[in-house]
Ligand binder design. Sequence first.
Ligand code: CTP
Length: 422
Amino acid sequence: MLSCDASDETQHTTVTGKRILLIIGGGIAAYKCLDLIRRLRERGHSVRTVMTASAQQFITPLAVGAISGDRVFTDLFDRADEHDVGHIRLSREADLVVVAPATADLLAKMACGLADDLASAVLLATDKPVLVAPAMNPRMWLNPATKRNVATLQADGIHFVGPNVGEMAEQGEAGPGRMAEPLEIVAAIETLLRKSDPDLPLAGRHVVVTSGPTHEPIDPVRYIANRSSGKQGHAIAQAAAELGARVTLVSGPVTLPDPPGVQVVHVETAQQMLEAVRAALPADVGIFAAAVADWRVANASQQKIKKDKSSGTPTLKFVENPDILKTISERGPMRPGLVIGFAAETENVVELAIKKRRAKGCDWIVANDVSAEGGAMGGDRNTVHLITAQGTESWPPMAKIEVARRLVERAAEHLKQSQVNV
Ligand code: CTP
C-alpha cells in the first residue's frame, strides 16, 4: 500500500524561489497580507509590494516593507521610483501578480482597463498571470455590476481565489465576500506557478472533470437534487492543476469556490453537463466524479405549480437522463485516453463497482461507500477502492484532497507508461 502522508505526496510539486508582485487593495482584509507575505517568504519566494492609497488606511507601508524585506511602491508619479524601477518594469519583473484584497473598486478598474494609480497601471501593463483574492461586503460581491466585472475578468484569463462565505467585519453581516485565508492564497499561487513548469507530470495534458450534483427542474422554483457537495470532484480538478494539467471542471451547482487555475464551466442539469463535457473534448483524461441525476422530470412546468386543491397532488413523470460517463467511454476518436468513473454505492461496494466498470465501459472506477455511516457525501474524508482491469486496490481512509492527489498521480503514471509502450 502506498504511503498516504500528505507532506510526502505534495513534496515533489513544491515550487520555490519565484517573484511575486503583491498589490494590496484597500479593505480590512489587508491586515491578512502581512501573514500572506510571511508565508510566501517562508516558502522561498520574494515578495515585492504595491499598496493603493486606501490600503494605506488599513496597514502601513512601514509594516509591509518590514515583513517583505523590500521597498513598498505606492505612487505612480513618484519620480524616484519611476526613474529607478518604473511601473512597466515593476509589472514585468515578477512571475505572478497577486491582488489581495481585491476590492470591488479594484476589480471594476481592472475590468475597465483604468490606470489612474500605480496598482491599476501595473495591472494594465503586466504580461504575467494575475491572481485576485476578492474581499468585500456580500451585497457588493452579489451586485450585478461586480458580477459583470468578475465575468469580464474571468473571460480575460484572470484567476480567482475565493471569496469565502462567512462573517464580515461589519457586525451582523455574513455571506460570500470574505477574503480567502493566506494559506489558501499561497496554495492558489503555487498552483499557478506550477502550471508553467514543463517538468510536471501532467504538463501539456488536458484533464476534464465533472463534479457536484445536477439539478433537474420540476418548475421554475423547484428541482430534484442529491446530497453531493462536489468536494471530491473539485479536489480532483485542483490536484490535476497542481500536477501541471490544463483542467476543465464541469460543475453542477455547488457552494464551493472555483479551484484556482482551473477552467470552470457551471451547469445545472445532466443534459447541460453532457454538452459541456463534449464541448471540452478532446482530453487526455476524463474523470467523472459528478453525482448526475439518473432521471429528469418529463413534465417540468414552465410556471410555478400551484397548490390548487381542485387539481389535487401533482404527479411527476420521469425520463432517463443521458449517462455521461457511458456516452464518453463509448465515443470513438474523441474518447479520452484514460476514462475514470466513480461508483457511489451503499452496499456491496466493490462487487457492484466491478460490474459498473464493465457496464460503463470506462478504464478505472473509484468506488466509494456513500451510505450515511460512511460520511463520504458532504464530508471531507473518503474511503475508496480503485478498480482497474488488473484488480482492486483498497486505499486507507484519507482526506478527499489526498484521494484526489493520489488518483491524478496514478493517472499521470498511466499516461507516461502508455506513451512508453506506444
Ligand atoms: N454518471 C454519469 N451520468 C449519469 C449517471 C452517472 O456520468 N447519468 C457517472 C457518475 O459520474 C459516476 C458513474 O457514472 O462516475 C457512476 O455513477 P453512480 O451514481 O454510482 O451510478 P449510476 O450510473 O447512477 O447507477 P446506479 O444509480 O444504478 O448505481
